[in-house]
Design a protein around this ligand. Structure first.
Ligand code: BES
Ligand code: ZN
Length: 650
């Protein structure tokens, strides 16, 4: 397609109407300017988790005007959607779930007819808006007036008691994978990129932040003791990245383009802990090209945040459980930052290709860690991930160990396990090892440039790497086993286990303590870093049944007191300790578990610990029920939903 002949917008509109990707040679590229309108999702990737029919009409911009009501726990107001329509399109279909729709109007304020279809437990409902069909391709605006429900799955409304300060309420959103539709009526598919803007009105003593440019850093006075905050995101993004935080917030800079937001009483600790962020952005750019989003800030949330981190553009959301006091858990920042390329720039077209987001990001994360902290620490983290992968491969049905998934009819949340992360990263490391780092890095950088602001599928990835890395080299093609890696379960034979020499003394000490029943005082714990300590606590005997008792109370007691594990502050180490202690029904660890499970709601910690208790028969189940009854009110719907399915609703 010749761009000159049409002009950008009409070329894109035509391509949209045809349902093909426009301007494959003119968007993205090395250019830093994002397309004003994203290319249409290609016909090669049909997202079974959206009702949207982007080939008929698709949303290209969302403008929110919402008021946060902390008493009612609602966001209410309007979403003005900018649509690109095919010839004769007479309707647009949006995704909604658990929303109250009051009206839909056109740009002139005339009401439009709409209907809401049957409710699907996973996808929610289609909201179909009808309008008079126009000739030719077109743009039109619709204005949806609506309100969220208090139990919107994307939103958590925290009482003051659930915050660090204890004085003010708090609200945050979590859109990935398909939860944005519970607070924004739009086409909620990762392949349908949209720009967005927002006006958010909230009580004047709170600060509003979003994953966008902050146009009003101090907020603007609004009636009834409120303030309005305005935002704009000019880069087209998948809707799961629209994100909002409201609370008593303060900001501290790391350098002139990075910094951290959090509650005032937590600011100094977060600023110190996460200061390496500035160096990480520089390291990431050196690896795979310019950071294209302007600022890179972090928002450290209250402890109920259900994930480690969420890569909301310009503003990563993070759990406070990474504030360890010694910067030992900052790889999480490297991970979320890496998503600014893999995920936010080049995006999985559907959740079946989640590995393209998380596998690339886990690989890139480790390269950032290597740049900033050196090869040794990076390899330690590779080994921890590799060992986790071996466990995951054993515990999952074979189909779920493929990189390319088929999640049709399933909640994408269920299909998202660590395979995408750790098998994905192992795959890219295998390619790097075979092709050589220089060649591999040149390809990866080109991949981000060529595909910037586009949806990506596994098949497109294979085409890209064959065209730009393999280039017809038959021996390389055979050595890589590309199709086997992405389409077959398990690990292909060319996978290479990473080896860390830093773990050798750890393994010696683990055998001495766990197997030969030596004293805990012989463990050189204080000389180890967090990753070595994680390695030690995750040591397990080979070839024993998962529920075998291979440790005595006396050994566990020696470990707990000698290593002072009851007072451990590092969340990863508390977790690793509890996993081994609870699996042996070590009663003194139950208070530690109770404290941990009622003071943070990160699903990665919470769910496995409840599972471990659950596996321990009547003893464990009674503990699990008791602790969950106390903890559940703290948890985000995402975490509570997962634990409900295991323990049951208290
Ligand atoms: N994008 C994910 C979080 C996510 C995945 C949310 C799927 C909803 C559905 C984020 O980048 C992530 O992977 N977070 C990890 C931390 C990371 C260091 C592995 C997490 O939350 O544990
Ligand atoms: Zn991730």
């Amino acid at each position: 397609m010749k761009r000159k002949a049409f002009g950008l917008v009409s070329a894109l509109a035509l391509a949209a109407a045809l349902g093909v990707s426009a301007c494959s040679t003119t968007t993205g590229g090395a250019s830093m300017t994002p397309p004003a309108i994203a290319p249409a999702p290609g016909p090669q990737a049909v997202d079974s988790h959206t009702y949207g029919r982007p080939e008929i009409a698709r949303v290209v911009d969302v403008a929110l005007d919402l008021t946060a009501n902390f008493q009612a726990k609602t966001l209410s107001g309007t979403a003005t959607l900018d649509l690109l329509t095919a010839p004769n399109a007479g309707e647009v279909i949006l995704d909604i779930r658990n929303l109250d729709i009051q009206s839909v109007n056109d740009a002139a304020g005339q009401p439009l007819r709409f209907d809401i279809g049957a409710d699907d437990a996973i996808k929610g409902q289609p909201l179909t808006v009808h309008f008079p069909a126009a000739e030719g391709d077109g743009r039109r605006k619709i204005i949806v007036r609506y309100s969220t429900r208090p139990d919107a799955a994307a939103l958590q409304w925290l009482t003051p008691a659930q915050t660090a300060g204890g004085q003010k309420p708090y609200l945050f959103s979590q859109g990935q994978a398909i939860l944005t539709r519970t607070w924004v009526p739009t086409q909620d598919s990762p392949g349908i990129r949209q720009t967005y803007s927002a006006r958010i009105t909230a009580p004047a003593d709170l600060t509003v932040v979003m994953s966008a440019d902050h146009l009003t850093p101090e907020g603007e006075a609004a009636p009834n003791g409120q303030k309005t905050w305005r935002f704009r995101m000019n880069n087209p993004i998948p809707p799961y990245l629209i994100a909002l935080g409201v609370g008593e917030l303060a900001f501290a800079p790391f350098d002139n383009r990075t910094g951290v937001w959090t509650e005032p009483s937590r600011l100094a600790a977060a600023q110190w802990e996460l200061e390496p962020t500035a160096a990480m952005v520089t390291a990431a750019e050196k690896l795979y090209g310019p950071y294209r989003w302007g600022r890179y800030d972090l928002l450290v949330l209250p402890p109920s945040f259900p994930f480690g981190g969420m890569e909301n553009p310009k503003l990563t959301f993070a759990t406070p459980t990474i504030i360890a006091g010694d910067r030992s858990l900052v790889s999480l920042v490297a991970h979320e930052l890496a998503h600014s390329w893999s995920g936010n720039l080049v995006t999985n077209a559907t959740w079946n290709d989640f590995w393209l987001n998380e596998g690339f990001t886990s690989y890139f994360e480790n390269r950032i860690m290597e740049s900033v902290y050196g090869h040794d620490l990076a390899v330690q983290e590779q080994v921890l991930a590799w060992d986790g992968l071996q466990d995951e491969l054993k515990s999952l049905p074979a189909d779920d160990t493929k990189l390319h998934l088929n999640l049709t009819g399933r909640d994408p949340d269920d299909g998202m396990n660590t395979i995408a992360y750790d098998k994905g990263a192992a795959f890219l490391r295998t390619i790097e090892g075979i092709a050589g780092r220089e060649k591999f890095d040149a390809w990866m950088r080109g991949y981000f440039d060529r595909n910037a602001y586009r949806p990506m599928t596994t098949a497109m990835f294979l085409d890209d790497i064959r065209a730009h890395l393999v280039k017809g080299d038959a021996r390389l093609e055979t050595a890589l086993k590309l199709d086997e890696w992405v389409y077959q379960p398990g690990l292909p034979s060319n996978a290479v286990a990473p080896v860390s020499h830093a773990f050798e003394p750890v393994d010696v000490a683990a055998v001495a303590f766990f197997q030969n029943k030596g004293p805990a005082s012989a463990i050189p714990w204080s000389g180890w870093n967090t990753q070595q300590r994680q390695r030690f606590l995750s040591w397990r005997p080979q070839g024993l049944a998962a529920n075998a008792d291979w440790l005595t109370d006396a050994q566990l007691g020696d470990l707990q007191s000698t290593l002072n594990l009851a007072n451990e502050g590092n969340s990863e180490l508390i977790f690793a300790w509890l996993q081994i202690a609870l699996a042996h029904r070590y009663q003194p660890s139950v208070v530690t578990a109770e404290k941990f499970l009622t003071s943070q709601g990160r699903r990665k910690f919470v769910l496995p610990l409840f599972q471990t208790l659950w596996n321990e028969g009547d003893w464990g189940r009674a503990q699990a029920r008791r602790i969950y009854a106390e903890a559940r009110p703290l948890y985000h719907p995402v975490t509570a939903g997962s634990v409900d399915a295991l323990v049951g609703r208290p």
